[in-house]
Each structure stands twice: as structure tokens, then as C-alpha cells.
Design a protein around this ligand. Structure first.
Ligand code: GLV
Length: 330
């Protein structure tokens, strides 16, 4: 029997490809850079399965170009704001993602950024390499205290909770804001619910862990920076567009807040001439919070499992639009 055709929009860890190849004919985009939108429109024609990345825009037009053969979209990420889910649902195409397996890696990395920004690790490294290190100095490169400070978590899903769990070792006071209250977890994690404004006002460290949706787009802008402490440090490992980049520039360049550490930016990648890159009190990494060996291998496995289930007409193990399985009322 002829194998179904799938397009994989970038080389994923080999384990994922090995799981897929016995059951599907793989067309693999081998470039280091993502396919352009025009290439996506061309490549999806007539495929039965699509395994895509957060760098690929999958919208109504792409789904039209794919046509009725497309049976499953499997996203190699937990976030899926690059995919028009309602357009997929309208066509009864299930969309899979990879939750859970990158929670620890992302929470660990959030802490790496928090600590590096608080204690000015990158500035210290740059200083040594530039030949500036002449002596030990009593007031040199002083940073923020972490132990017993207040951590504000915006978005208290799996990753936000894992970040809170790690804060216990630092005896921090943890406040969280989430549209939903997580009463059962509050005691276990030593976290208290607070309205967003209170979290912004009281936290020494503010860490973002919400998905990007129309409600969270530019959730952090001038009005929110105005509420923060002057010593506050903002960490974003979620999605760049949750923070308004121009407001962030104003907040950092005027020292309205002390520093920020971003693993995600708007746009991505950040243009090399972005004014943000001229700031000493900003630390940026290239969207690598989930980039641990174990986590990326598990993501490849999960993305492969979702893809194969969709090709077989079975329910995806991790489906973001399970409505596609509901029978329509006669
Ligand atoms: C990474 O950003 C992801 O959503 O998995």
C-alpha cells in the first residue's frame, strides 16, 4: 500500500524521523532557515500530514493550498500561536502539540535567565573578556538579591508552576496571576494568587508563562511597566509579543525597571539594529528555553506520535482542538 505523504518543515531530532519513516513518505526541509510562506504554500499541496515548527505560519490560505488530503497538523512545540486553529477546526483537521516534556527544561532556563540577570553574569563575562578586570571591588557589579525576594509569575500553567516549585529553594514569596485560580496547588507550591496589578507592583522578579493569544498580546506595555518596582527584573520565556518591545525599550533605557532577560522577542529573530540590543541591562537568548537534549528528543517523539495517529485516523495523543472529534449534530 502507498505510504501517506508528509512534509516536515525542518530537521527534527532523528528519533522522530525514525518513528515516522516506516509509515510515511517524508519530504524533509533540510535548510537551516525555515521555509518562506510561499514555499509553505507550494510544499503543502496534496500532503496528508504536516509536521511544522513555531516559525511556520499555518493559516487559512495554507490550509486551502494543502487541500482536502491534509489529515493532521503536528506542531513541534507546546505553543501553537503560529497556527490558525479555528481554520484547522473548521476543516476537521486535528492539531497536535508537545506539552509536558519541555516543562522542566523551560523552567530551568527561566531560572538561568533570572539568576544571570539578577547577578549580572553576562556583563561580568563581557567585562573579563574585554580586559577590564583589574581587581576585586567592594561595590563593583552589584546585583539583585534572589533569596527571600518576591517572584511574580504571570500564567500559572505547567511551566509557571514548575518555576514556582524551584523558587521554594530560594525561600521566595511567590505571587501568581492566571485567569484561573489554582487553589489546590497554592499550598503545595507556596504560591498565592494576586490580581495582575498587584503582582506587577509587588514582585522583584516577574516571569511570563502565558500562551500568546489576542488577550495576552502586549499584555506588558507602558501602563504595566509604570506599576513595577524600580528594581524589578522581567523575564520572558513564553512568547515575544506578550511584551510590547517599544515600551520595554522605554522602561529599560530610562531605568524605570532594573533589567530584563528575554528568550523570546518581537519579532523573532530580533533585528541586529534593534535599539534593545544597545542596552546593557537587557539579556537576550535565541529562543532556546526548551533546547535540552532530553526535551527536544521527547518533543520529536511526541510530534511523531501525533502525526502518525492523525494519519491512521486515530485521536491524537495530544490534540489542541479536540472539538474535531465531536460528531456534528444532525
Ligand atoms: C517553544 O517555544 C514551544 O512553544 O514549545
Amino acid at each position: 500500500m502507498k505510504k501517506p505523504r508528509v512534509w516536515i518543515t525542518r530537521r527534527i531530532p532523528q528519533r522522530g524521523l525514525d518513528l515516522i519513516s516506516p509509515y510515511a513518505e517524508i519530504d524533509l526541509w533540510e535548510d537551516e532557515l525555515p521555509p518562506s510562506y510561499d514555499v509553505i504554500l507550494e510544499k503543502v499541496r496534496g500532503i496528508e500530514g504536516l509536521l511544522c515548527l513555531l516559525t511556520d505560519r499555518i493559516d487559512d490560505r495554507v490550509l486551502d493550498a494543502a487541500g482536502s488530503s491534509l489529515r493532521v497538523i503536528s506542531q513541534f512545540a507546546v505553543g501553537y500561536d503560529n497556527i490558525d486553529i479555528s481554520a484547522a477546526t473548521a476543516r476537521k483537521i486535528p492539531v497536535g502539540n508537545t506539552p509536558g516534556v519541555l516543562t522542566d527544561a523551560t523552567a530551568d532556563f527561566t531560572w538561568a535567565l533570572l539568576m544571570a540577570a539578577a547577578r549580572r553574569v553576562i556583563e561580568g563575562d563581557r567585562f573579563v573578556r574585554s580586559g577590564g578586570w583589574k581587581t576585586w571591588g567592594p561595590t563593583f557589579l552589584l546585583g539583585a538579591d534572589i533569596a527571600r525576594s518576591t517572584l511574580g509569575i504571570i500564567g500559572f500553567g505547567r511551566i509557571g508552576q514548575a518555576v514556582a516549585r524551584r523558587a521554594r529553594g530560594f525561600e521566595m514569596r511567590v505571587l501568581y496571576f492566571d485567569p484561573q485560580r489554582h487553589l489546590a496547588l497554592e499550598q503545595e507550591l507556596g504560591a498565592s494568587y494576586a490580581p495582575l496589578e498587584d503582582v506587577l507592583q509587588e514582585a522583584d522578579f516577574i516571569s511570563i508563562h502565558t500562551p500568546l493569544t489576542p488577550e495576552t498580546y502586549h499584555l506588558i506595555s507602558d501602563a504595566q511597566f509604570a506599576l513595577m518596582k524600580s528594581g524589578a527584573i522581567l523575564i520572558n520565556t513564553a512568547r515575544g509579543s506578550i511584551v510590547d518591545p517599544q515600551a520595554l525599550y522605554r522602561a529599560l533605557s530610562t531605568h524605570r525597571i532594573a533589567a530584563a532577560a528575554l528568550d523570546v522577542t518581537e519579532p523573532e529573530p530580533i533585528p541586529p539594529d534593534s535599539p534593545l540590543l544597545s542596552l546593557e541591562n537587557l539579556l537576550i537568548t535565541p529562543h532556546i528555553a526548551s533546547a535540552s537534549f532530553h526535551s527536544r528528543t521527547r518533543m520529536a517523539e511526541m510530534a511523531a506520535e501525533n502525526l502518525l495517529a492523525g494519519l491512521r485516523g486515530e485521536q491524537l495523543p495530544n490534540c489542541v482542538n479536540p472539538e474535531v472529534y465531536q460528531r456534528t449534530q444532525e
